[in-house]
Design a protein around this ligand. Structure first.
Ligand SMILES: [Zn+2]
Length: 114
């Protein structure tokens, strides 16, 4: 699944490892990533146990979200102003949603919350 989205996002030259949290306390939301742009390596951690009113997107959309973050890393330096975090998350969310919905136009109809 990750390799497929990497191809769509033109990130095939990145080594992206995906890990799943093993319990609900491991991550406080559905996804997390860390990347080393110079090495073109990233790790994405997905939290399959968090599914509530805050985190209700399909896990695959969370994967896309984290992959989009990789593209925007150069635009998000560590010393960025705090308000840009919100703008960045909104942009990443919008792009991930658009990409996911393009692939799965009826996902909301088919998706059953656990
Ligand atoms: Zn994010």
């Amino acid at each position: 699944m990750c390799a497929e989205w990497q191809k769509v996002l033109r990130l095939s030259d990145w080594r992206v490892r995906v890990r799943y949290a093993t319990h609900d306390k491991e991550l406080d939301c559905q996804g997390w990533f860390d990347a080393e742009p110079r090495k073109r390596q990233a790790i994405i951690k997905l939290q399959p146990f968090k599914f509530n009113s805050v985190c209700r997107d399909p896990l695959e959309m969370t994967l896309v979200h984290e992959l989009v973050h990789i593209h925007l890393l150069p635009l998000a330096p560590d010393n960025r102003p705090e308000h840009t975090d919100v703008a960045l998350e909104q942009a990443v969310d919008a792009l991930a949603y658009a990409l996911f919905t393009t692939k799965y136009p009826n996902w909301k109809d088919a998706y059953v919350r656990p």
